[in-house]
Design a protein around this ligand. Structure first.
Ligand SMILES: Cc1ncc(COP(=O)(O)O)c(C=O)c1O
Length: 454
């Protein structure tokens, strides 16, 4: 694939790649930090490159034949890229997505004519309904089915070696000193990084930008709020394997970035640079700004920003969401932020007797039950608070272990006011858990909430 001529093309597939760099002049006035705007690809993300490359490769090898079906397990952007190529080249497309995927992304896939199947987000890697296993099965069962397999397909990193890397080298006139990229499948950083390292004779430093709890940077694998980057690990996964396309040796070091920093950086890029980008772009930009600060004035840092903020208007760019998740909490009087306090919680599988004793000793209004198997290096993720049990819940229970209801409890964010939180709680609620940075940060009785209201 050569750099596209953006003035006209035979098909929109001729417009994939060739994205520009823009300097982050306001975020980093004293340094040279450039953002590579992958949202300017026709399907809206960096994944257009891998999607097109994988399809062309499969056509060439005969793995994908006319009238065939493109199948993939994807959290969104790879699906959009593949759905776009499938539509333009006359294939059916079928995607398996985690059920937490933003509704805008599902609708976009359907708009391209794709079929969408949802599966639970948090499953062990070995579970038959895990996104990847489910998609693999569907591809086998579908006549003419071809699994794109972004995690194992060498065409994914290879296209970044052939296009993304050379584009950055050329756009900086060979002056780049640091490449900063998030790691999802690892295709972007592996391909782009290996090219830049080779062409510069090892001078360019390759920096991974990773959510704090992601496994790539050494986290415990517990959930993080930034979508599509990082490596999540379900505690029941027996063998934690990184994707085949990710080559760790290409990465010189990893900067870990907390969700709050990633998300507020993404928000800042929209507000100060006019760049409406997604959460993983915030992760990459935050790491790039840190790298530039440490490297000094001669550094030329390039961050790859994978996608647009359009798909996340109801998340990272929504003040309501930010306040409920406790990412924004210091800009208004009367929020729940001052009520943050240490929390005693128990893992799933705890006996009712132990839970009662723990609740009594804690003095809390209720006891959070969290997914078992996490380290205590980080507070439990809000998404892994599976129950919130009061003494009356525990008193009447004879079965073991502690009960976990089908619907998780509603939490309230440190960025909400007590009145806002109270307005959306059901009539039977006796206590709620407090959420800061999408993690457990307190337990509040209804009385404590009401007292804060006045
Ligand atoms: C928004 C977003 N950020 C980051 C990534 C990570 O890119 P890669 O899979 O090439 O590592 C992806 C990939 O799906 C993505 O969609």
């Amino acid at each position: 694939m050569t750099a596209p001529d953006r003035r006209s093309a035979e098909s929109l597939l001729g417009l994939v790649g060739g994205t520009p760099l823009v300097r982050l002049a306001r975020a980093a006035p004293a340094a040279e930090v450039h953002a590579k705007l992958e949202y300017l690809n026709p399907g809206g993300s960096v994944k257009d490159r891998a999607a097109l490359a994988m399809v062309l490769d499969a056509e060439e090898s005969g793995a994908l034949r006319p009238g065939g079906t493109v199948v993939e397990g994807t959290s969104g952007n790879t699906g959009l890229g593949l759905a776009q190529v499938a539509a333009a080249r006359g294939y059916r497309s079928l995607f398996v997505l985690p059920d937490k995927t933003a509704v805008e992304k599902l609708d976009a896939l359907r708009a391209y004519g794709a079929e969408v199947v949802l599966t639970p987000s948090a499953l062990p890697r070995e579970h038959p309904d895990h996104v990847i296993n489910y998609a693999t099965r569907l591809a086998k069962e579908t006549d003419g089915g071809w699994l794109a397999d972004q995690y194992g397909n060498p065409a994914n990193p290879e296209i970044h070696r052939r296009t993304t890397g050379p584009e950055i080298w050329e756009a900086t006139g060979g002056r780049i000193t640091h490449l900063v990229s998030t790691i999802g499948t690892g295709g972007t950083i592996t391909g782009t990084g290996s090219y830049l390292r080779e062409v510069s004779g090892g001078r360019v430093e390759i920096v991974g930008a990773d959510p704090v709890t992601s496994r790539y940077g050494g986290g415990d694998g517990s959930p993080f709020a930034v979508e599509a980057a990082g490596h999540y690990l379900h505690p029941e996964t027996a063998e934690d394997v990184f994707p085949d396309v990710y080559r760790r040796e290409v990465v010189d070091r990893i900067e870990t970035i907390g969700d709050r920093e990633s998300i507020l950086t993404a928000r800042g890029l929209a507000r100060t640079e006019g760049l409406l980008v997604g959460g993983s772009s915030g992760t990459a930009a935050a790491a790039a700004l840190r790298v530039a600060r440490e490297a000094g004035p001669d550094a030329v840092v390039v961050a790859i920003l994978p996608d647009s903020g359009r798909a996340y208007l109801s998340k990272y760019h929504s003040e309501t969401w930010l306040r409920r998740q406790g990412f924004l909490d210091d800009d208004r009087p009367g929020t729940l932020a001052p009520l943050v306090s240490p929390v005693v919680s128990v893992p799933t599988g705890t006996s009712v007797g132990e839970a009662r004793a723990a609740l009594e000793a804690s003095g809390q209004a209720a006891l959070p039950v969290v997914l078992a198997g996490r380290s205590d290096r980080f507070p439990p993720a809000a998404g892994e608070v599976l129950a919130l049990l009061s003494m009356s819940d525990l008193r009447g229970v004879s079965s073991e272990p502690v009960p976990v209801p089908a619907t998780p409890p509603v939490g309230v964010g440190t960025g909400e006011t007590a009145a806002e939180a109270l307005a959306r709680l059901g009539p039977d609620v006796e206590a709620v858990h407090l959420v800061r940075d999408a993690r457990l940060a307190g337990v509040l009785s209804l009385g404590a909430l009401r007292a804060r209201e006045h």
